[in-house]
Design a protein around this ligand. Structure first.
Ligand code: KIV
Length: 283
C-alpha cells in the first residue's frame, strides 16, 4: 500500500486517472473512507454546518479544525489528508497563513491544506507553499465568501465572472497549488479550466469534466436532511435508517422488550447462591 502524497495527486492528471476525495471530520468515517480506497480526505470547514450545527462555515475555529484533523489522521493510512483552513486563519496576513497551515501539519498530522480564494489570496498561498506545505486551491462558490456573494449561488455564469475565475485558476497554478477545488460553477466553465490548467481540478457542483470529484460524506450517505442540493447524489439514505433504529429502540425500552437475557451478562449459579447466603447472614 503506497501512501498518497500531494505530488501523487497532481500526477494523476497526467495519467488521466480520476481523483476521488471526500470531506469528513472523524476517525471512524475517515477509516472507512480510507479502506474504500478514496484518494484524499478533506477535513472540511463544512464541519461547522454539517456536524456542529452552525448556519455556515464561518464560525469554526482553528482549534476545532485541529481537533477534527487529528481524529481523521488517526483513521487514515493511505489517503492524502487535507486540512481546510478556516475563516480568518489566513486572510489577515501571510504570517497567520504560515502559522496556521503549519499547525495543520504539526498538530493535526495533515499533509496539505486547502485555502479558499483567488488573486487576493495569492500572497498567503505563496507564503504557505514557500514554507514547504502543499496547498489545494478552491474557486467558484467559496463558502467563506458567502456574505460578499450575498448567498450560496452558482458562480461564473456570466462572461466577466467566468473569465475572472479562469484567470484565478491560472494564477493559482502559477503560485504552485497541487490541485484546485471548483465549487458550484457551470460545467462548461469547469471543463475549460480543466483543459487550460496543468493541475488537477476537483469538482463539487462543477459537472463531469473535472479531473476529480469531491462530496461531503454526510451528503452522499443521506445524513443531511430533506434538502438535497442539485450537485449531490445520495448513495444511501442513512437518515431514514437511523430514525427508524432510534424509534425501535425507544419503543422496545418503553415496552420492556430490550434488553432481554440475550443481551445480559450471566453470573455462575454457585456464586449467586453464595452471594444470597452471605447477604442473608449479614442481615
Ligand atoms: O468544507 C468542505 O467540505 C469543502 C468541500 C465542499 C470542498 O470545502
Amino acid at each position: 500500500m503506497e501512501k498518497i502524497t500531494a505530488a501523487a495527486i497532481r500526477d494523476m492528471k497526467d495519467r488521466g486517472e480520476r481523483i476521488v476525495m471526500l470531506a469528513t471530520y472523524d476517525y471512524l468515517t475517515a477509516r472507512m473512507i480510507d479502506e474504500a480506497g478514496v484518494d484524499a480526505v478533506l477535513v472540511g470547514d463544512s464541519v461547522a454546518n454539517v456536524v456542529l450545527g452552525h448556519r455556515d462555515t464561518l464560525a469554526v475555529s482553528m482549534d476545532e479544525m485541529i481537533h477534527h484533523t487529528k481524529a481523521v489522521a488517526r483513521g487514515v493510512k493511505r489517503a492524502l489528508v487535507v486540512g481546510d483552513m478556516p475563516f480568518m486563519s489566513y486572510q489577515a496576513s501571510a504570517d497567520d497563513a504560515i502559522r496556521n497551515a503549519g499547525r495543520f501539519l504539526k498538530e493535526g498530522h495533515a499533509e496539505a491544506v486547502k485555502v479558499e480564494g483567488g488573486r487576493s489570496m495569492i500572497k498567503k498561498i505563496n507564503a504557505i507553499i514557500e514554507s514547504g506545505i502543499p496547498v489545494m486551491g478552491h474557486l467558484g462558490l467559496t463558502p467563506q465568501w458567502v456574505h460578499q456573494f450575498g448567498g450560496f449561488r452558482v458562480r461564473g455564469k456570466t462572461e466577466p465572472t467566468a473569465r475572472a475565475i479562469l484567470e484565478d485558476a491560472r494564477r493559482l497554478e502559477r503560485a504552485g497549488v497541487f490541485s484546485l477545488v471548483l465549487e458550484c460553477i457551470p460545467w462548461q466553465l469547469a471543463k475549460l479550466i480543466t483543459e487550460k490548467v496543468g493541475v488537477p481540478t476537483i469538482g463539487i457542483g462543477a459537472g463531469p469534466y473535472c479531473d476529480g470529484q469531491v462530496l461531503v460524506l454526510h451528503d452522499l450517505l443521506g445524513l443531511t436532511g430533506p434538502h438535497v442540493p442539485k450537485f449531490v447524489k445520495r448513495y444511501a439514505k442513512l437518515d431514514d435508517a437511523i430514525t427508524k433504529a432510534l424509534a425501535d429502540f425507544k419503543r422496545e425500552v418503553k415496552a420492556g422488550k430490550f434488553p432481554t437475557l440475550e443481551h445480559s451478562y450471566d453470573m455462575p449459579r454457585e456464586e449467586m447462591r453464595r452471594l444470597l447466603k452471605s447477604f442473608r447472614r449479614g442481615r
